[in-house]
Design a protein around this ligand. Structure first.
Ligand code: TRP
Length: 332
């Protein structure tokens, strides 16, 4: 029997999960559950490069896990874990910092953006974050790393670090491929369709746990385009706001752009926007209900993250032991 290919990804619990995380990432993970051997984690160690409120971080990490499961990630078929529970991440992260160049880290656009945004706290972790991300990935020897466009540069760097290490010590790391989801899965902000949906623009962002009336309000106020046409037609260059709503509607209903144009083309944006809102509310309702139920069952959640950490540690430890041996650390 062929071994399944390995897939790994993570999301930082620095904010509540939103529709962009679901349609752009988690839903695709769910769809590929059976095809791959899957590792998905809450990247809590990454969040502290920016100051976090401890109680909020703890709460959001558990909520994220409950929401992963509620979205359909079956813990029996996916290894779901909390990054800080697997100490090998920190250990390999340190090693890989020593194989990552200052110049490489200086060129990371996310570092430049975040250090411009948090001038009062440009800490060492913010700078070396990509080495930890490389460790997150390389520990599991994955074939594919599904990430958004914004993480592509970090994935490229991970490949460079792995290749550098392998060229010195032999084949230790598998070189992973980034796995950028197909067009249509990229959800843009409802108030700013030129940038991706983000918690930093809350009025343009629909959270998975949000109340239906709030979701409806956000869709009713979504920016459509200032053209005079007032017609639902898929043209991302000329009509980015409408195209974004169409892609959301298509993702949650399964309808093609053609069908949507036929359904709403003649009736303008006034009918279309609340219809998208309704469809999203119905799509999120079972997720919200299930996540609420799971979150109340602390013993179950604990059993999931404990089993996940145990399985992840086993795999991570194999890689770490090999690395330690290659670089000359005395075996314990
Ligand atoms: N850096 C990613 C983000 O900010 C999260 C992340 C951390 C990640 N480690 C990872 C994603 C490993 C994929 C693989 O979105």
């Amino acid at each position: 029997m062929d071994e399944k290919k390995v897939m790994l990804s993570g999301i930082q619990p620095s904010g509540d999960l939103h529709l962009g995380n679901y349609l752009g990432a988690i839903k695709n993970w769910v769809d590929r559950t059976d095809e791959f051997d899957n590792y998905y984690f809450m990247a809590d160690m990454h969040t502290i490069t920016v100051r976090q409120n401890p109680a909020d971080l703890r709460r959001r990490t558990l909520e994220q896990l409950a929401q992963y499961i509620a979205c359909g990630l079956d813990p029996d078929k996916n290894t779901l874990f909390i990054q800080s529970h697997v100490h090998q991440h920190a250990e390999l992260g340190w090693v890989l910092q020593c194989y990552t160049m200052f110049g490489e880290l200086s060129r990371m656009t996310q570092f430049k953006d975040k250090s411009a945004k948090h001038k009062e706290n440009i800490n060492g972790g913010l700078f070396t974050y990509p080495s930890l991300m490389a460790a997150d990935i390389l520990l599991y020897q994955p074939d594919f790393v599904p990430v958004g466009e914004d993480q592509k540069q970090h994935c490229e760097l991970t490949r460079d670090i792995a290749q550098r290490f392998n060229s010195i010590y032999g084949d230790v790391f598998k070189i992973p491929e980034p796995y950028i989801p197909k067009a249509g899965a990229r959800v843009m902000g409802l108030t700013a369709p030129d940038s991706k949906m983000s918690k930093s623009m809350p009025e343009g962002c629909v959270f998975l746990m949000e109340k239906p009336e709030d979701i409806q309000r956000k869709f009713k106020r979504a920016i459509t385009d200032s053209d005079t046409e007032n017609c639902v037609r898929y043209d991302p260059a000329a009509k980015p706001g409408v195209a974004n709503l169409m892609s959301i509607y298509s993702a949650v209903t399964g309808k093609s752009y053609e069908t949507i144009e036929q359904e709403f083309g003649g009736c303008g944006y006034g009918k279309f926007k609340p219809a998208v809102g309704d469809a999203v509310v119905e799509c999120l309702r079972p997720i919200r209900e299930e996540a609420t139920r799971i979150l109340a069952d602390k013993a179950y959640l604990e059993s999931v993250y404990k089993a996940g950490a145990e399985k992840a540690s086993y795999v991570a430890n194999k890689t770490l032991r090999k690395v330690y041996k290659k670089i000359g650390f005395v075996a314990r």
